[in-house]
Design a protein around this ligand. Structure first.
Ligand SMILES: [Fe+2]
Ligand SMILES: [Fe+2]
Length: 240
């Protein structure tokens, strides 16, 4: 479908959220089809919500024209690889999902399932941290030196939290409440950490990556490490 008109988001019916409205239109599109929309408000949050719901099948960009933002959205082809930022965001979401699942199990007092979920999260999260530290932090440079230093410190804090959580998981169901408390602390740490990375570091890493002659090799290495981490996390032995 050629992209021939622009949807003005101010005209979305009042009882429908712009997010739901745009999502309902995008769901009808096939691979490589596009939609354009205009909004007077910064679309970053709106598009993050839609992208999450579309499971990163969307390629989007926006242009500011002094009065508002023109957003161009396109449905990614199935064989089209995710760019770096989407690859990392998707990995964040997968880990956040694990954490939510662990809370759900704890809420049902299903200790074994919760501990199994936490063990899977541990593998995926450690892989993610090592990948960011080793492959991506060096892309930062002076302009994001402080954000990079904070990222590394937060990684160290998260690793300490994972050690504490592993200790609690090695105990018994009597410590259900304690595990819930530690997971709550981890969730708060990750929430702040992921937001900082996504807003400050990912755009910088993307820009630097574009200039690198070895960008394809680096991107492939990042993807394969994260994919391998998720695969290994799925095969963590569960308690029976
Ligand atoms: Fe990180
Ligand atoms: Fe991250």
């Amino acid at each position: 479908m050629p992209c021939c008109y622009v949807l003005d988001l101010r005209l979305v019916p009042a009882h429908v959220s712009p997010h739901s409205y745009v999502y309902s239109l995008l769901r009808e599109l096939g691979p490589d089809e596009s939609l354009r929309a205009w909004t007077p408000d910064d679309p970053t949050l709106l598009m993050a919500q839609i992208q999450h719901q579309m499971r990163h099948k969307l390629v989007w960009s926006s242009v500011f024209d002094q009065t508002g933002w023109l957003i161009t959205m396109r449905i990614r082809n199935a064989d089209e690889p995710l760019p770096l930022a989407d690859t990392l965001r998707r990995n964040h979401e997968q880990m956040d999902g694990r954490l939510v699942q662990a809370f759900t199990y704890l809420g049902c007092r299903d200790w074994r399932a919760a501990v199994g979920e936490v063990a899977s999260l541990d593998v995926a999260l450690r892989t993610h941290i090592v990948t960011e530290n080793e492959l991506l932090a060096p892309l930062g440079g002076a302009s994001v030196a402080e954000a990079t230093a904070i990222m590394r410190r937060e990684h160290d804090d998260v690793l300490v939290q994972l050690e504490m959580i592993a200790e609690v998981c090695a105990s018994s169901v009597e410590n259900c409440q304690e595990l819930e408390t530690w997971l709550g602390l981890l969730a708060a740490s990750l929430n702040k950490h992921e937001h900082r990375e996504e807003s400050l570091l990912f755009p910088r890493w993307m820009r630097v990556l574009m200039q690198l002659p070895s960008r394809n090799e680096l991107l492939t290495e990042v993807r394969s490490r994260l994919d391998e981490g998720m695969l290994r996390s799925l095969s963590v032995p569960q308690i029976h």
